[in-house]
Ligand binder design. Structure first.
Ligand code: 5GP
Length: 137
């Protein structure tokens, strides 16, 4: 058995959290080092590291409650803007290897800072990617 992640330990009630929502498949709690007040983490109870490993059932369960939890966070904080962030892999800033969604209210300067360095693709690359991705689905 792999060593449980910190979120596994939270699910096992080995370490505490400030829980705001729980059902049979999902737990949501406040981030211990928030980017803004109300920064909430929403996790499936299934213990996998990455989004693409999550079962369809757990994905559906988390998708069903994300908007409801976001509405509650907005109402509680007075924020109107927020980011939903979901990191996969150390190179993509994932630090805890248990799937999680961040709900991060934008409150003035507090919240997620985004560096969005967009690029463009070579001629033909888009069509090639469409063919390759569609073939995998
Ligand atoms: P990641 O970079 O993996 O997407 O984000 C992990 C998040 O988990 C970070 O925002 C970090 O503050 C939060 N975090 C790490 N350890 C704990 C903990 O023990 N309790 C809570 N509530 N949040 C944690």
């Amino acid at each position: 058995m792999p060593e449980p992640t910190i979120f596994g330990k939270i699910l096992d009630r080995e370490i505490p959290c400030h829980s705001v929502y729980e059902d049979d498949h999902v737990l949501a709690f406040l981030d211990v080092n928030p980017l803004s007040p109300g920064h909430t983490l929403v996790i499936p109870k299934e213990r996998v590291a990455f989004l693409h490993e999550l079962s369809d059932d757990q994905s559906a369960a988390i998708g069903r409650v994300l908007p409801r939890i976001a509405r509650a966070v907005l109402a509680a904080t007075g924020a109107t803007d927020y980011n939903l962030l979901q990191n996969n892999g150390a190179g993509a800033h994932q630090a805890v290897f248990h799937v999680h969604f961040h709900i991060i209210p934008k409150l003035g300067k507090r919240g997620l800072g985004v560096g969005w360095k967009s690029t463009s693709l070579e001629a033909g690359e888009t069509e090639e990617l469409v063919v390759k991705i569609r073939a995998q689905l």
